[in-house]
Design a protein around this ligand. Structure first.
Ligand code: BV8
Ligand code: ZN
Length: 242
């Protein structure tokens, strides 16, 4: 019943905003941010590693973690859910994810609220630095990649937004604008814990949008959405959007 209603709302909608979180990449083999996947860095809380403080205290460990995740993104492929969203003409993607799976599926309107892991830049002069995914077996720490600018003492950092860093202004303003003007907001695979991204479903609802949440687990967003679908993204998104 709820899936049929969701599909109807999506088919009737003029403007759809799809807000995705790490759960959208889970079935592509990329561990969710708060999942329990075992790794060399399992003893760290990602929330502690993804911070400027961790970068300045143990840069090689943080860099090793991002190299490991870069390799994981490289090895992953978009699933049926990414592909059907990419072929749906009036839906725009706003993602918290730092991978490029939506783009690789063919989506052209993707807003990254938390940046892109593979958009490496110098941590001092902010010059873009291209860094190939690691080939050699991974270790807990990795040698830092020097900034190519001889006079700069900086190193490459991932192009992500760390906790305590501001979101890119244009990305955030665009996301608020889209959430405020869409007919339907579909929230897929986010635990709804990270702000300000987690406030977007409420902004959409406050402006009259019909809100749908897709997640195998209930979240703090579940009580505030119109429809909650207890399902995995790759299963249900193709049903709702094709
Ligand atoms: C900012 C990039 C201004 C790095 C990330 C106290 C209270 C409230 C807020 C704060 C506070 N103290 C500080 C803050 C602000 C803070 C924040 O929100 N903290 C929270 C955690 C308490 N936010 C910030 O710092 C932001 N900046 O506010 O600037 C400012 C400035 C200075 C000081 C204060 C404020 C910056 C936030 C960005 C952080 N960077 N990522 C990296 O990736 O390494 S966030 C990180 O979490 C990822 O991007 C991830 O996308 C994001 C959210 O996680 P989810 O995507 O939801 O993933 P998660 O694993 O949590 O959940 C997965 C879900 O999928 C689950 O629900 C699961 O059930 C579901 N799932 C699993 N499988 C499937 C599935 N769903 C569907 N299908 C499946 N198959
Ligand atoms: Zn530099």
């Amino acid at each position: 019943m709820t899936a049929e209603l969701a599909s109807e709302r999506i088919q009737q909608a003029e403007r759809i905003v799809v807000l995705t979180g790490a759960g959208m990449s889970a079935e592509s083999g990329i561990a969710t941010f708060r999942g329990t996947e075992e790794s060399l860095w399992s003893r760290w809380d990602p929330q502690q590693l993804a911070t400027p403080e961790a970068w300045s205290a143990h840069p090689q460990t943080v860099w090793g973690w991002y190299r490991y995740r870069h390799a994981g993104i490289q090895a992953a492929a978009p699933h049926a859910g990414h592909l059907v969203l990419a072929s749906h003409d009036n839906c725009e993607i706003i993602t918290q994810n730092v991978d490029d799976l939506h783009e690789r599926a063919g989506s052209t309107t993707v807003t990254h609220l938390h940046g892109r892991l593979d958009a490496f830049r110098c941590h001092l002069c902010h010059r873009p630095i291209s860094v190939a995914p690691p080939q050699q077996p991974l270790s807990l720490t990795a040698d830092l990649t020097k900034c190519p600018q001889p006079s700069c003492a900086g190193y490459a950092r991932p192009g992500v937004v760390w906790f305590g860093e501001n979101l890119p202004t244009d990305a955030w303003e665009h996301a608020v604008q889209s959430a405020s003007t869409c007919d339907v907001a579909v929230i897929i695979g986010t635990s709804g814990l990270v702000y300000p991204a987690a406030s977007l479903p409420g902004i959409a609802a406050d402006h009259g949008a019909f809100t749908i949440e897709i997640n195998p687990e209930r979240t703090p967003l579940t009580p505030q959405v119109d429809l909650y679908l207890c399902a995995a993204a790759a299963d249900i998104v193709p049903q709702l959007f094709s």
